[in-house]
Design a protein around this ligand. Structure first.
Ligand code: G3I
Length: 378
């Protein structure tokens, strides 16, 4: 039986939360409560097809990519998007809304509106939240990256940020990506592009975990990265670091693989084995940002064979997580091509998610659904 070390059901909405959504909550279709009677319609949904204690998540589109569209900020304005988000998923991750440049745009100013709206939405729909992210080299505000701070000031800035942000959502976040992408492909710490490690040294990473734990002792604290699906130099670096930190009593609870995959490359066949070695250290593991991009034909429409290959990658990633005892959280990086980051970042590539721009389900959706059902019935 899969052990569940943590289940969040924090129902009290923050009194400070401002309703950001243009759509009133009462007008939204509500997700069914966990205790709803079994029905085919219910098990049609990924979240209900999943084994108990296994969270199926998605990134909540952060906006910005599709400014020319009718819904530049889908979470706020796209009713159909919100309906599927509530119905299909039991975990949500803000795609951008909790990153430094969004939540801490000026040194003396925090902006919680968008993040509050997501956490409130999650609670209304009995979803857990993965917080993303606290210490990263990217999407930091200019005041921070261009600022002229002493080491002491910089340390105080990070401590204040972590204490404030983690503290605000204490008890309402299941897992936090405390440190994101701190190693390069060679397994070396990012001592140049990560401002914290560059200016304050590697010890700051342990402090980030300590401060996050003080601010929310219930949240599970993760290292998160891409390119660590396999046993390789980068994942080896995490393996060594997590052991070291755990031996020192630093509150590190999890290691997660983002899994931004591409059909250009083979599926990382040792994913399960790699997750398992972290599991055996006593860590939670998770898949946090799965998508599977592909080179699109001139028509822009993927072929059936491409969609089948994509479905196979999705299913194998899920199977790997399901097979590992404490891999209880499986998140895809957006569920519709309509708002995917992929075509913006990779020219000529796309169709990376499990639904088309019109929310039609692709073979990848059904592959996940049947793998979840099978695991539930085991
Ligand atoms: O907010 C600005 C907007 O004001 C501006 O007009 C617009 C112009 O393009 O840009 C908007 O910012 C964009 C931001 O997303 C919010 O939408 C940035 O340009 C864009 O670069 C940024 O991309 C995000 C990317 O992280 C940045 O590194 C993606 O949405 C997001 O999906 C992606 O997510 C990362 C994870 O956090 C970590 N793992 C890898 C993953 C994919 O890169």
């Amino acid at each position: 039986m899969r052990s569940v070390r943590f289940v969040t059901v924090a129902l009290a909405a923050s009194a400070l939360a401002l309703p950001l959504a243009a759509i009133p909550a009462s007008a939204e279709p509500q997700a069914e409560p966990q205790a709803a009677p079994h029905s085919n319609a219910k098990f049609d949904r990924l979240r209900w097809a999943a084994p108990e204690g296994f969270y199926v998540g998605t990134a909540v589109a952060g906006g910005g990519h599709h400014l020319e569209q009718d819904y530049p900020d889908p979470f706020t304005y796209d009713r159909e998007y919100r309906r599927i988000l509530a119905n299909q998923f039991s975990s949500v991750s803000p795609e951008n809304q909790m990153k430094w440049e969004f939540i801490h745009p000026e040194q003396d100013q925090y902006n919680f509106e968008a993040a509050d709206a997501i956490v409130d939405f999650a609670e209304r729909h009995r979803q857990v939240v993965r917080g993303h992210t606290l210490l990263w080299h990217s999407q930091n505000p200019e005041w921070l990256e261009q600022g002229d701070f002493t080491d002491e000031e910089l340390r105080a800035i990070l401590r204040d940020h972590i204490t404030t942000v983690v503290g605000r959502y204490a008890g309402r976040i299941q897992q936090w990506d405390v440190a994101n992408e701190i190693f390069n492909e060679q397994g070396q710490l990012r001592t140049q592009d990560n401002i914290w490690i560059r200016e304050l040294g590697p010890g700051i990473v342990a402090d980030a975990f300590r401060w996050a734990h003080q601010a929310d002792p219930e949240a599970l604290l993760f290292f998160n990265d891409y390119g660590v699906e396999s046993d390789n130099a980068k994942s080896d670096a995490y393996y060594a670091l997590t052991q070291d930190l755990m031996a020192q009593g630093v509150p590190v609870h999890g290691f997660s693989v983002q899994a931004h995959l591409s059909t250009r490359y083979g599926f990382p066949g040792d994913l399960e084995q790699n997750l398992r070695r972290f599991d055996e250290l006593g860590l939670e593991t998770a898949v946090t940002e799965l998508d599977v991009r592909m080179d699109l034909p001139e028509s822009g429409v993927p072929t059936d064979a491409q969609l089948r290959q994509q479905a196979d990658y999705y299913q194998r990633a899920l199977d790997a997580c399901l097979a590992v005892e404490d891999c209880n959280s499986f998140t895809i990086w957006g569920f519709t091509d309509k708002y995917s980051w992929v075509p913006v970042f990779f020219e000529g590539q796309g169709s990376a998610t499990i639904m088309t721009e019109d929310f039609d389900r692709k073979p990848a959706f059904f592959a996940l659904q049947s793998a979840l059902r099978e695991a539930r019935n085991d």
